[in-house]
Ligand binder design. Structure first.
Ligand code: SF4
Ligand code: MG
Length: 337
């Protein structure tokens, strides 16, 4: 079947006082129908900007799409749609879940009004019909007493319940694509696990395609089928869940796997942070952007941007170590894996 989303050479920049900051520097990927794709990387790697650009939400400071293509559902070129056309797609065919439900929910509107807003607008239901549908969705996202919840305000709910309401709003019109940007980061660990479990169940029931943006590889292991690793505005590695967890090829992926706790591991004491900080995207370095932090950097890394070397049908990595003439390097021993 056709992919639900095809992103080709997407470049997004911020206009800043100092000049142009290149936040997304040529990102390409495909999302298949019914698939859960995780985009991972440290903060500032461009993953949130990529996600927001897919829905044509404008991150602050103001960004602009420099080039590239975002083909949604085989027919909508997102980069070229008018704001009016975009509004019809947003909330109806694409839903988004943000990190912090408190800032994304309207504190002055009841849960019921917020869920029915999109249904009434996009599906032309009456308010009464929409409220029935809203109660069904609240039940789907695991809220007890859904009819009563419809009349409550966000501040009357716990953090976990507010996130469930956010998910209900995003799902209200049966979107084909759900984008979740750090959906569990603001929640405590037990609630995190419940929300991930919920997203997994919903994905199974509704066959919605999901893009999950996160810095947390523990969350990724629980739900994603495929992973994209971003660094300094570029995709540095992509592969299936197993390929990225058990056969990663990029030194940055190695570093991420050693620096991030996994839900199934209690060995937080053995986590090793990646030394150094990502480069300034106002003036990105020549060559591999990870070179300054990479223990394996060679002369060529500082001179030429690595191409994407094919590892398997589903895996590729942008690292000179994969060149046939490169020295053979052993991946450091995995901790806790
Ligand atoms: Fe390290 Fe070079 Fe690979 Fe970049 S291309 S990750 S600097 S070895
Ligand atoms: Mg972010």
């Amino acid at each position: 079947s056709k992919p639900i989303l095809e992103v080709k050479n997407l470049q997004v920049s911020f206009k800043m006082y100092v000049g142009e900051v290149k936040a997304v520097r040529g990102v390409s990927f495909t999302l298949n129908k019914g698939e859960v794709l995780a985009i991972v990387g440290e903060s500032g790697c461009g993953k949130s900007v990529t996600a927001q650009t897919l829905m044509r939400l404008i991150p602050t400071p103001p960004s602009f799409i420099k080039s590239g293509s975002i083909l949604f559902d085989g027919k909508h070129e997102i980069t070229k749609l008018s704001e009016g056309q975009m509004e019809k797609i947003r909330g109806a065919e694409m839903g988004m879940i943000f990190q912090d439900p408190m800032t994304s929910l309207n504190p002055t509107m009841t849960v019921g009004s917020q869920i029915t807003e999109g249904i009434i607008k996009h599906q032309g239901m009456s308010r009464k019909e929409a409220l029935v549908r809203a109660a069904e969705i609240l039940a789907l996202v695991g809220m007890s007493n859904p009819e009563e919840r419809l009349h409550q305000y966000p501040h009357e709910l716990s953090g976990g319940m507010r996130q469930r309401v956010m998910i209900a709003i995003a799902l209200a019109c049966n979107p084909k694509l759900l984008i979740a940007d750090e959906p569990t980061t603001a929640l405590d660990v037990t609630i995190q696990a419940q929300i991930i479990d919920l997203l997994r169940q919903i994905q199974k029931k509704t066959e919605t395609s999901i893009i999950l943006i996160t810095h947390d590889l523990g969350v990724v292991a629980e739900i994603a089928q495929r992973i994209i690793v971003m660094y300094a505005g570029k995709v540095v590695e992509q592969g299936s869940l197993d390929e990225i967890f058990y056969n990663p090829k990029h030194p940055y992926t190695w570093g991420l796997l050693r620096s991030v706790p996994r839900l199934d591991s209690n060995r937080h004491d053995e986590l090793v942070p990646i030394p150094g900080t990502p480069p300034d995207l106002f003036a990105p370095p020549t060559g591999c952007a990870f070179a300054a932090r990479c223990p394996y950097a060679m002369q060529i890394c500082k001179e030429q941007d690595p191409e994407h070397f094919i590892v398997s049908e589903t895996q590729s990595a942008a690292c000179w170590l994969l060149h046939e003439d490169a020295p053979k390097v052993e991946r450091p021993i995995e901790v806790g894996g």
